[in-house]
Ligand binder design. Structure first.
Ligand code: 4NP
Length: 154
């Protein structure tokens, strides 16, 4: 199973979600059986580490995401990954624009696919403060725990 988390810039929400998923999976019976990556619909930050506020927030929760590097979503990702899980509805729209017709049903909202909240979005913290990053962590870590439960249930 290969999961790709997508947001706009791939420096805040999706790197935090990738970190939360990796951490929750590593300490679960699924360890080693699920691959996780992240990407952005935009390429402005390609090659950069996550935003320093995202790194600090994740570190505060015991997860090191400093080694991640941003990249832009490509058409190849639709072949590579089983699911493309988006932070918000704008991401879903942008991802679907790039999706081959046979892969559109593999694009979903992260929080919805995880079973956390139908239609739920992870709000963009980029222009916000530390509390916005904490809120992102709460959401993506809830999603990570729910994803582990979902996949472990088969
Ligand atoms: P992200 O946040 O999509 O959660 O990585 C953003 C990062 C950068 C920008 C927007 C959102 N930006 O406009 O550069």
């Amino acid at each position: 199973m290969k999961l790709l988390v997508v947001c706009l810039g791939n420096i805040c929400r999706s790197p935090m979600a990738e970190g939360a998923l990796r951490a929750r999976l590593a300490s679960s019976p699924l360890a080693g059986r699920v691959e996780v990556d992240s990407a952005g619909t935009g390429g402005w930050h390609a090659g950069e580490p996550p935003d320093r506020r995202a790194i600090a927030c994740a570190r505060g929760h015991g997860v090191d995401i400093a080694g991640q590097r941003a990249r832009q979503l490509t058409v190849k990702d639709f072949e590579e990954f089983d699911w493309i899980l988006c932070a918000d509805q704008v991401n879903v729209r942008d991802v679907l624009r790039l999706a081959p017709s046979g892969r559109r049903d593999r694009v979903a909202l992260l929080l919805e696919w995880a079973g956390v909240e139908a239609g739920g979005e992870v709000p963009d913290p980029y222009t916000g403060g530390p509390e916005d990053f904490q809120q992102v962590w709460r959401l993506v870590d809830s999603a990570a725990q729910a994803v582990v439960a979902r996949l472990a249930a088969g």
